[in-house]
Write a protein that binds this ligand. Structure first.
Ligand SMILES: CC(C)(COP(=O)(O)OP(=O)(O)OC[C@H]1O[C@@H](n2cnc3c(N)ncnc32)[C@H](O)[C@@H]1OP(=O)(O)O)[C@@H](O)C(=O)NCCC(=O)NCCS
Length: 152
């Protein structure tokens, strides 16, 4: 199950049920995104990539960008695939897009999400601030993190 080659491709509306399934597993107490939320992100033309192995969606990540800044809206890897480099692959793809348009990028991350924070710090992000009770219904706090334009 965890041996094939992982490829990235634009996320499709057909992937949305699987994204929602992964969300329910990963974010049970954090208001997981509905299928409607994913469809609307794609309809808005935001930049979304899926990670696939043997035709199966195993992760996804998405970004919204303006002429001035970008924001990582989501990044997630299905539990059996975590810790195998898929998250890095997705994040680097988003950052390549950010660097094409040469804008700073921001995100929020739970303060107790050590794997994600380590990944962001290793990719040029720094902690900028704290948003108390940002996540609902859990009430968990978030760090705001940012990466300046064209930092590599
Ligand atoms: C966070 C997440 C996307 C990372 O994806 P992943 O495929 O598991 O991560 P990777 O294997 O690509 O590792 C990327 C980096 O994350 C960090 N990392 C991953 N697992 C870690 C762990 N268990 N402990 C500490 N750091 C860890 C490391 O910095 C790692 O880089 P390295 O391998 O060079 O040391 C994934 O764990 C996930 O989906 N988590 C649940 C959803 C989530 O929290 N999303 C982020 C919301 S802001």
């Amino acid at each position: 199950m965890t041996t094939g080659t992982v490829t990235l491709a634009p996320l499709q509306h057909a992937d949305v049920p699987k994204c929602h399934e992964i969300e329910l597993d990963l974010f049970p107490g954090e208001d997981p995104w509905s299928e409607t939320a994913f469809h609307s992100e794609l309809d808005r033309g935001n930049y979304y990539k899926g990670a696939y192995c043997d035709g199966e969606l195993i992760g996804y990540a998405g970004l919204a960008a303006s002429a001035y800044e970008a924001s990582v809206h989501t990044i997630a890897v299905a539990r059996p695939w975590q810790g195998k480099g898929v998250g890095k692959l997705l994040l680097r793809d988003l950052l390549a897009r950010v660097d094409e348009i040469n804008v700073p990028v921001f995100l929020e991350v739970r303060t107790d999400n050590e794997p994600a924070i380590a990944m962001y710090l290793a990719h040029g992000f720094e902690r900028l601030g704290l948003r108390r009770r940002y996540y609902q219904p859990s009430g968990a706090d978030a760090y705001t993190m940012g990466r300046p334009a064209h930092s590599v």
